[in-house]
Design a protein around this ligand. Structure first.
Ligand SMILES: [Zn+2]
Length: 97
């Protein structure tokens, strides 16, 4: 049986053949801050709870479902060829130059 499959490197777009080429599967799992907000601070900002609730609903209407989900969590999976992985792993956030 042949278990080879073709994958594209997310960085250089070279063709990777699984079972033949050396590559990395990179899973990125991002989560927003899970700590609870300071409710005293929030309460101080809202003098009228009904108006605050309506304002929040208004804000949510302008956000797509995908955008709302990605404000909480986002997952990505990419494949990197070996040369691209070696560069990426040294600076995964891309901040150094
Ligand atoms: Zn590559």
């Amino acid at each position: 049986m042949n278990y080879e499959s073709e994958i594209i490197c997310a960085r250089c777009t070279c063709l990777i053949i699984s079972g033949k080429d050396h590559f990395f599967e990179v899973k990125i799992e991002a989560r927003s801050d899970r700590s609870a907000p300071n409710l005293d601070d929030l309460a101080a900002q809202i003098s009228d709870p009904s108006a605050g609730y309506l304002a929040l609903i208004g804000q949510l209407r302008s956000v797509s479902n995908q955008e709302a989900m990605e404000e909480v969590a986002a997952n990505r999976m990419i494949f990197l060829c070996l040369p691209c992985f070696r560069v990426w792993i040294e600076d995964p956030a891309g901040g150094s130059s």
